[in-house]
Design a protein around this ligand. Structure first.
Ligand code: SAH
Length: 382
């Protein structure tokens, strides 16, 4: 609390003076001092989430208007984010709005609320987003599993405006991507990997690229745009692969003849590729969250080790492994150890040539290190 961390766990709450319903604003008091104003979450182990460390700040519609406008303004001040058609506008705790995610795709905003406090201020947050962006369309994707921990049911649908006539498309590094905000993962697209997809494009010329966990083809299409000799992409989700193929078709400038899509479990397919004697110059491993929390870390570590080991084995000499973990339960240090163990077991020399992270519209509040969920390594294998 004194370090301005925004979570108050159940175990550190002595008592609730008076009454509070889920999402109500409560004062956090130590001794006689008011430390913060926070949203009450009686069902969650995170019993309260701080809205403000200013004891005099009133939590009302105006508060959300100010916080949302500030988040939008921070992005407008970063040149690399200006003009991005796909942009995270609000990154929850790290933008001072616990439980609130907002992503912009063209002129549509997708809002995801995951805490009781965010839920209570839903209308105020939607109004603030309309005011700060001028977007008339806001779609709600409050269907994340974590809502269950707060005792909240899933909710999706148009919150402001209505569905556009055609599909929603964004341009990213000169590649067109359709975004399925209704049925896609998260709010429809993995905006956090934007910078890393550009890096892949820069690295891909004349290389044989393997993109594991390709989702709708974000990395795959950038590799093609960068002049890859071939791009093999693997995902176990048929809808994701169908969208990936459709996205390729939206980009006639790319050589579709160099792309191959495989519907498979990455763990099995990597073994099959090894047995078949296939090799690659550049491999992307961007798996889903194997460890949502620290309690899953051990099993997750084995899974990360497995794919990274196979990845190292499949690389040609001098090849590059672009490997990620988006698990909150696996820190950077542990992830690096896992990759080191994988490289060692593969019998290959390997060195980190770059550390990778989420894009600038996914900032990490220094008081909230948990916000740093995405970590990656670019590893060169001898
Ligand atoms: N790199 C992507 C995002 C990856 S999200 C991008 O930049 O857009 C993780 C993907 O892994 C999802 O599409 C999911 O369908 C897929 N997936 C999860 N488990 C898998 C498995 N065992 N084998 C293959 N794909 C898997």
């Amino acid at each position: 609390m004194f370090r301005r961390h925004p979570w108050i766990f159940a175990g550190s709450v002595e008592r609730l003076a008076g009454r509070a319903r889920p999402g109500d604003t409560v004062e956090v008091i130590a001794g006689k001092r008011v430390l913060a104003k926070a949203a009450w979450s009686p069902e969650s182990q995170i019993r309260a989430r701080v809205w403000s460390f200013d004891p005099d700040e009133i939590i009302d519609n105006g508060f959300f208007k100010r916080r949302v406008a500030a988040a939008v303004a921070r992005r407008a001040a970063l040149p690399e984010l200006v003009g991005q058609q796909g942009l995270r506008l609000i990154h929850a705790e790290s933008d001072g709005l616990p439980g609130v995610i907002a992503d912009r795709y063209g002129d549509t905003v997708v809002l995801q609320l995951t805490s009781a406090g965010a839920e209570k201020w839903r209308a105020a947050i939607a109004d603030a987003l309309s005011a700060a962006t001028g977007c008339a369309r806001i779609y709600e994707r409050s269907d994340s599993e974590v809502r269950g921990l707060e005792g909240l049911d899933p909710r999706t649908g148009w919150l402001r405006g209505e569905a556009p006539a055609g599909e929603i498309v964004i341009e990213e590094h000169a590649v067109t991507m359709a975004v399925d905000i209704v049925g896609g993962h998260k709010t429809g697209f993995y905006l956090d990997q934007r910078d890393n997809r550009r890096l892949l494009k820069e690295l891909s010329a004349d290389r044989r690229v393997l993109n594991c966990f390709c989702y709708t083809g974000g990395f795959s299409l950038q590799a093609l745009a960068g002049g890859a000799a071939a791009v093999v992409s693997i995902d176990s989700s048929e809808p994701a692969l169908a969208q990936a193929r459709a996205n390729l078709a939206l980009n006639p400038q790319l050589d579709a003849g160099r792309a191959e899509w495989r519907g498979a479990n990455v763990f099995d397919e990597l073994r099959r590729l090894k047995t078949a004697g296939e090799t690659f110059d550049l491999i992307v491993l961007d798996p889903p969250k194997f460890a949502p929390s620290a309690s899953h870390a051990e099993r997750a570590a084995r899974a990360y080790k497995d794919i990274n080991l196979l990845g190292c084995k499949l690389l040609n000499p001098g090849g590059l492994l672009m490997t990620y973990s988006c698990s909150g339960g696996i820190g950077l240090e542990l992830f690096q150890k896992i990759v080191a163990g994988a490289a060692l077991d593969s019998g290959r020399d390997a060195r980190i040539v770059k550390r990778l992270q989420g894009a600038a519209d996914h900032p990490v509040d220094l008081a909230f290190p948990e916000g740093e969920y995405l970590k990656g390594l670019l590893v060169q294998v001898s």
